[in-house]
Design a protein around this ligand. Structure first.
Ligand code: CA
Length: 231
């Protein structure tokens, strides 16, 4: 049950916001519109978006001020920000990027260009959903085919357990708190309780069988995937 990537559009011109929304919706993305930074902040407080499209010129505080704010807030600091602006001068581009924007797009832009930029920042955001394969000990995971094998034997994992294992294997030997796992594997932790992580870790261990011991509980800290426990 993968969720459609949420794209928060912060844009005071309703015609532009509407045009972007329609295009995003037609391309498998879920747009949310906020007409200024204040309402965008309320949307962010409710549900964390996957990408923020941020207009430069907004009523009240401008986009650069908001980009800087969201970049310094632990909750939003890893959400990619794509700045939208009618300005094309080089110094504006630099101050947008200095404020923490990941990319920059100048109006008027084509839908294809906007979609390409959004997909690019989404890819950068989600290394744990990488399509490459990884092998630790006798356990192998293929991100492209979603196959997991232990000592050459295929294992059956649910979609969440697969994502969790994918993240663990790409970030092995490090301790991850439940909150970090929610952030990295589920993408948003607003409506999910931390004990949900424990439920899926338990299922993952069961699905891994002999290799389940590689998922270690680190008391008071979280979980670690370690090859030292490898069978
Ligand atoms: Ca504007």
């Amino acid at each position: 049950m993968r969720h459609l990537p949420r794209v928060l559009i912060v844009e005071d011109e309703s015609s532009i916001a509407e045009l972007i929304s329609v295009n995003l919706r037609h391309n498998g993305l879920s747009p949310i519109w906020a007409e200024d930074g204040e309402s965008a902040q309320r949307e962010i407080d409710a549900v964390l978006p996957d990408v923020i499209l941020l207009d430069w010129m907004l009523p009240g505080q401008n986009g650069v001020v908001w980009a800087r704010k969201w970049r310094s807030d632990p909750r939003t600091k890893s959400v990619p920000i794509l700045m939208l602006t009618a300005k094309s001068e080089e110094h504006d581009k630099v101050s947008g990027l200095d404020a923490g924007a990941d990319d920059y797009i100048t109006k008027p832009f084509s839908t294809q260009e906007l979609l390409a930029r959004i997909r690019s920042v989404l890819r950068r955001r989600a290394p744990e959903q990488a399509d490459d394969s990884v092998t630790i000990g006798q356990l192998s995971l293929d991100g492209a085919t979603h196959r997991v094998t232990f000592a050459g034997n295929p294992l059956k994992l649910g979609p969440t357990e697969f994502k969790l294992l994918n993240f663990f294997m790409h970030h092995a030997e490090r301790v991850h708190s439940r909150a970090q796992l929610l952030d990295k594997v589920w993408g948003d932790h607003v409506f999910i309780e931390e004990r949900t992580v424990d439920v899926h870790v338990k299922r993952l261990r069961e699905a891994l069988g002999e290799a389940g011991a590689m998922v270690e509980t680190v008391r008071g800290a979280g979980y670690r995937f370690s090859k030292s426990s490898s069978a």
